[in-house]
Design a protein around this ligand. Structure first.
Ligand code: GTP
Ligand code: MG
Length: 138
């Protein structure tokens, strides 16, 4: 059993798609073992996306992530990291497969509705950044 970290991003919370996205997560066999709606601070967004700080879209990405509330989540299941990335679909929704969250809901490569960890190490760091151990109810 594995855990991954997910964010339902501002474009999706703004359009009231939290439940629709959670339905896709659960239909894929992933269990939401922690979840909270927060307004990310600029410092949190800059740290969270620090790996992208030299990319041309960094400023835009941070502004987007603090523009509306987000829902941060921990998902648990067999092979949760890869499974969730499959459910999310490609970063650019134009390249996302049918049935994926991004194909169905994302607006653009920037406003792409969800984040999911890309490896066990990043999942552990990202989960710990937003949740205490006591908040994870597996
Ligand atoms: P995450 O799960 O959010 O990390 O998505 P990803 O792993 O599919 O993409 P990546 O880590 O390469 O990029 C992180 C995020 O930066 C993306 O999800 C987008 O929101 C944003 N992003 C990536 N490329 C672009 C871009 O060209 N323009 C803009 N505005 N945002 C981008
Ligand atoms: Mg990424």
């Amino acid at each position: 059993i594995q855990r991954t970290f997910s964010i339902i991003k501002p474009d999706a919370t703004k359009r009231n798609l939290t439940g629709a996205i959670n339905a896709k997560i659960e239909a894929a066999g992933l269990r939401i073992i922690a979840q909270k709606r927060i307004r990310m601070t600029q410092a949190q967004a800059e740290t969270f996306y620090g790996v992208h700080k030299d990319r041309p879209f960094f400023g835009e990405l941070v502004e987007f992530m603090i523009s509306e509330p987000v829902v941060v989540q921990v998902l648990e299941g067999e092979n949760a990291i890869a499974k969730y990335r499959d459910v999310m679909g490609a970063t650019n929704p134009e390249q996302a497969d049918e049935g994926t969250i991004r194909k169905e809901f994302a607006l653009s490569v920037g406003e792409n509705s969800v984040h999911g960890s890309d490896a066990p190490e990043t999942a552990a760091v990202e989960i710990a950044y937003f949740f205490s151990g006591l908040e994870l109810v597996g």
